[in-house]
Ligand binder design. Structure first.
Ligand code: B12
Ligand code: SF4
Ligand code: SF4
Length: 221
């Protein structure tokens, strides 16, 4: 029922895909029985955004618009009612869902780490579907950080914001990102991780600038 939609998403660079039973995820409130979790990894999404012209139309937020268009195209392929739950107005625990789907584990940076893609993956959508879809999850995997003896991500952060009991010390990181000459365009801790293939530089710069804008909003709430 969803194979065509899954292929469509993969063609847009949204190749991480899982189906979860909604009643197995307490934090998500939906009357529909199935949840489709969608993510991206590696360089394919960036290339697809370019191919589809989202960088050239003069509008902001090309990544978000690309993902939203693909999620709605996916919904149109599903012969059952469906609803995009995220992105939306609220914050949902996407990293927790990623771990339920077997995509990864908590890293010292706070980001999930995938066994193959490392820190270079992100969540792009969560869709509720009014049909009993077969579950699709990644198989259990070893936690990459447990066999990473030197943990270079911790030493690479110039202000010691990584590796504390809560993962990232957000305020410490924020102050460094805002400091003239500080981590202005990329997270050195993320770049130091040996697992997976980093995004293209242009993509790293794009996401980093967007996250810095979010940080400014976050601390001005
Ligand atoms: C707010 C936010 C930020 C804020 C504040 C983050 C913070 N306080 O931790 C700021 C602006 C700093 C930020 C920055 C970045 N973010 Co951000 N952010 C978010 C956002 C919108 C909400 C996070 C949140 O509070 N969720 C609510 C909580 C309850 O749910 P949760 O995230 O699943 O966390 C639960 C568990 O996972 C667990 N948990 C989470 N972290 C840890 C750590 C440890 C040690 C343990 C034990 C448990 C644990 O506790 C929570 C309770 O259930 C999410 C997207 C979303 N989820 O909506 C992206 C998200 C977390 N960000 C993401 C990314 C990639 C980044 C940046 C790398 C962007 C960039 N290029 O700079 C940086 C990384 C900073 C860093 N070194 O971690 C990705 C992470 C992908 C991944 N692989 O995990 C997300 C999921 C967005 C996405 N589209 O994929 N972010
Ligand atoms: S550098 Fe090592 S400890 Fe840090 S996130 Fe990568 S694998 Fe985990
Ligand atoms: S952005 Fe800079 S300060 Fe923040 S965690 Fe990464 S390396 Fe540390």
């Amino acid at each position: 029922m969803i194979d065509a939609g899954r292929a469509l998403l993969a063609g847009r660079g949204l190749g991480l895909f899982s189906v979860l039973r909604a009643d197995a995820v307490e934090s998500i409130d939906t009357p529909y029985p199935s949840l489709v979790l969608v993510g991206s990894a590696g360089p394919r999404m960036w290339a697809s955004i370019r191919e589809r012209g989202f960088f050239d139309d003069g509008q902001p937020d090309p990544v978000d618009r690309h993902a939203a268009a693909a999620l709605h195209e996916f919904c149109a392929t599903v012969p059952a009612a469906s609803q995009v739950l995220w992105p939306g107005d609220g914050i949902l625990p996407m990293r927790e869902l990623g771990r339920v789907a077997g995509w990864g584990h908590v890293s010292p940076i706070g980001l999930n780490i995938h066994p193959g893609h490392g820190l270079w993956h992100a969540f792009r959508g969560l869709i509720a579907v009014d049909a009993e879809l077969p579950e699709q999850q990644e198989p259990p995997s070893e936690h990459p950080c447990e066999r990473c003896d030197t943990k270079p991500c911790i030493a690479a952060c110039p202000v010691g914001a990584v590796g504390g009991p809560k993962g990232l010390a957000v305020r410490v990181c924020f102050d460094e990102r805002m400091r003239p000459g500080g981590c202005a365009s990329a997270c050195l801790a993320r770049a130091a991780c040996p697992v997976g293939t980093p995004y293209p530089d242009a993509e790293i710069g794009h996401h980093f600038a967007a996250a810095t804008r979010s940080l400014i909003r976050w601390f001005n709430r």
